[in-house]
Design a protein around this ligand. Structure first.
Ligand SMILES: NC(=O)c1ccc[n+]([C@@H]2O[C@H](COP(=O)([O-])OP(=O)(O)OC[C@H]3O[C@@H](n4cnc5c(N)ncnc54)[C@H](OP(=O)(O)O)[C@@H]3O)[C@@H](O)[C@H]2O)c1
Length: 287
């Protein structure tokens, strides 16, 4: 059995990776307490001890607002921590997959869908950290794979304490009388995390580099949800346009899938995955 090391395995994505691949790989999934990625020496020692064939690096400060508030702390984890992971992976010749973000495209002067080759100028601290981590990790190990992930959701909650996510909130609110408010100045390939998890193993064999890794979507979030509601025959009157969010700085961080598709990897469109999840969510008792 090949050995897979997952960092940040208690997080939203890492926990789902461990759950999905637990019978396919011998998994090492240290908690934050067991392996602090800011400790370079310990990272290398643990990598040498576990000797994984593949590494999926999910540990991060993933909350954009927290990075703005505590940039020194988040730099240590998102940039320096990722560098430690790339260095240790290179030392033991493990294929290293590092989670990056579509937020790198927020601030771009070009319209979406954005390509990996585009010149980018990230608007927020989190985006700048992710870009720096990408560049540094690739400089250390050209075989490193950097995945620009979009906002991910799951219809199901895996652990009781985990934060609610886009789809869970939508399904929960649909059971109430609340209005459903979605931004019109935000275009993003919101993605079903299960597609990310399933597609991840295909990245173990691709050449190193940066890859957009999420659903294609050309519409703003309000229009996407509106189309889904219309097709499912749901009450579109409940949907309200949020004109305030991103009003002063409209965001289009939709991603082009050409490079990924050339590797034989495909994601559903944001709309199709939403259609599927809402349909399944309404006909089940998931929480
Ligand atoms: N979720 C999304 O929609 C999304 C979108 C785009 C990109 N991403 C990226 O995808 C990756 C996974 O995201 P996620 O949503 O799963 O994040 P998450 O739920 O916030 O989980 C982050 C994980 O990192 C761990 N961690 C934090 N600092 C650490 C340290 N110094 N050493 C070791 N572990 C540490 C956390 O453990 P503790 O909680 O115990 O500290 C937690 O397990 C991240 O790189 C994120 O930036 C996520």
């Amino acid at each position: 059995m090949k050995r897979l090391l997952v960092t940040g395995a208690s997080g939203f994505l890492g926990s789902r990776i461990v759950e999905f691949y637990k019978d396919k790989f011998e998994i090492f999934a240290p908690t934050h307490a067991e392996l602090d990625i800011t400790d370079e020496k310990d990272v290398l020692a643990k990598f040498e001890e576990w000797n994984p064939d593949y590494v999926i690096h999910c540990a991060a400060i993933s909350a954009v607002a927290r990075c703005e508030q505590e940039p020194d702390m988040s730099w240590k984890i998102n940039v320096e921590g990722s560098i430690h992971i790339a260095k240790a992976s290179a030392k033991i010749h493990a294929k290293c997959i590092i989670c990056s973000s579509d937020q790198i495209y927020f601030g771009s002067t070009e319209n979406g869908p954005h390509k990996e080759t585009e010149c980018v100028l990230p608007y927020n601290v989190y985006g700048r950290e992710k870009l720096k981590a990408e560049e540094a990790c690739l400089a250390i190990d050209a075989d490193c794979v950097l995945l620009r992930l979009s906002w991910m959701y799951d219809r199901k909650t895996l652990y009781k304490q985990e934060n609610s996510n886009f789809m869970r909130m939508l399904l929960d609110k649909m059971r109430t009388e609340e209005v459903l408010l979605y931004p019109v100045h935000d275009i993003r390939g919101i993605t079903d995390v299960n597609e990310v998890v399933e597609n991840l193993e295909k990245m173990f064999t691709v050449p190193g580099g940066v890859y957009n890794f999420g659903s294609p979507n050309k519409n703003n979030t309000y229009d996407t949800v509106y189309e889904v509601f219309s097709e499912l025959g749901l009450d579109t009157q409940r949907l309200q346009r949020n004109e305030d969010a991103f009003m002063n700085n409209p965001r289009d961080i939709s991603m082009c899938q050409q490079k990924l598709n050339a590797c034989g990897i495909y994601f559903s469109t944001t709309k199709d995955a939403m259609l599927r999840n809402i349909k399944e969510g309404l006909s089940s008792n998931d929480e």
